[in-house]
Design a protein around this ligand. Structure first.
Ligand code: OAD
Length: 250
């Protein structure tokens, strides 16, 4: 660790210790140390496949089986992964410091680390929804079988198709979820961890937090779409940075 990153870690730890409210926004980089591929990195998911062929309503309409096969492959990878130190530190802060935790990740690792009150902006890969939103199947439900069954799976209520309950490109975020995230962005210390900050409205929470007066801390080995907004930048891996900060905030 360089002297400047040591200074930055001490500054962040002091700010967290003094903060009345802390919020973290996470992206795929927080799960990288658990072995889950990110979207835009060197081996990122969007390097091998075009998002629009797998993560849109049109893709599902054209070939629901292909879309489900991709989600089942991701479910298999994620099922065998374990939360890492970054998930554990953030989960502990939700319990002991009433920190708000907002994630773009659908992998469920924050939940498995014991995070409380998690705000899931992009849904969950472990939840499914009736494609037709039939009256009896109107709510998402959890189905974490791997494999999930005949593809595409069928709605137990109407027999129609079931889709993953994640947000696809071109789809709006759940309004209530987005409102809670926006409310949480108004805090004393806002950490943005392991996200490239190019997907909106999630990335918009970072300038929102800054405008509300938060100290904005970016934890990411690389520059992001909102690096210019950060007050403190830690060019480190999420698990290493959060472990170091946590060690100074008993
Ligand atoms: P990206 O793949 O776009 O960005 C991952 C970020 O994590 C990059 O900025 C990396 O530099 C950083 N990173 C890699 N390893 C890291 C590590 N060990 N510690 C910390 N950071 C690390 O993923 P997201 O920003 O999450 O949307 O992508 C946002 C959304 O785009 C996703 O939720 C998904 C995707 O399309 C939907 O599916 C709707």
């Amino acid at each position: 660790m360089t002297d400047s990153s040591r200074d930055a870690i001490e500054r962040v730890a002091a700010a967290i210790a003094a903060a009345r409210s802390i919020t973290a926004l996470t992206g795929a980089g927080v799960s990288a140390a658990s072995g889950i591929p990110t979207f835009r990195g060197e081996d990122g998911l969007w390097k091998n496949v075009r998002a629009e062929t797998l993560a849109t309503r049109e893709a599902f309409e054209n070939d629901p089986r292909l879309v489900w096969e991709w989600y089942e492959w991701r479910r298999t990878l994620i099922r065998d992964a374990q939360p890492n130190a970054a998930h554990h530190v953030l989960a502990e802060w939700t319990r002991t410091r009433s920190a708000s935790l907002i994630t773009q990740n659908v992998d469920g690792l924050h939940e498995r680390a014991g995070a409380e009150g998690l705000i899931r902006l992009h849904g969950s890969i472990w939840h499914v929804r009736c494609w037709d939103r039939c009256p009896a199947g109107g709510e998402d439900w959890r189905d974490d079988r791997v494999p999930i069954g005949t593809l595409p799976p069928r709605c137990p209520h109407c027999g129609g198709m079931v889709r993953p309950a994640v947000v696809w490109f071109g789809e709006p975020l759940d309004e209530a979820v987005l409102n809670s995230a926006r409310a949480a962005a108004a805090c004393d210390v806002f950490l943005t961890v392991g996200t490239s900050s190019v997907v909106y409205p999630a990335a918009g929470l970072i300038p929102d937090a800054k405008a509300a007066g938060a100290l904005v801390v970016e934890i990411n080995p690389d520059a992001t779409g909102t690096s210019h907004v950060a007050d403190v930048t830690l060019r480190m891996k999420a698990d290493e940075a959060l472990t170091a900060i946590h060690a100074l905030t008993p």
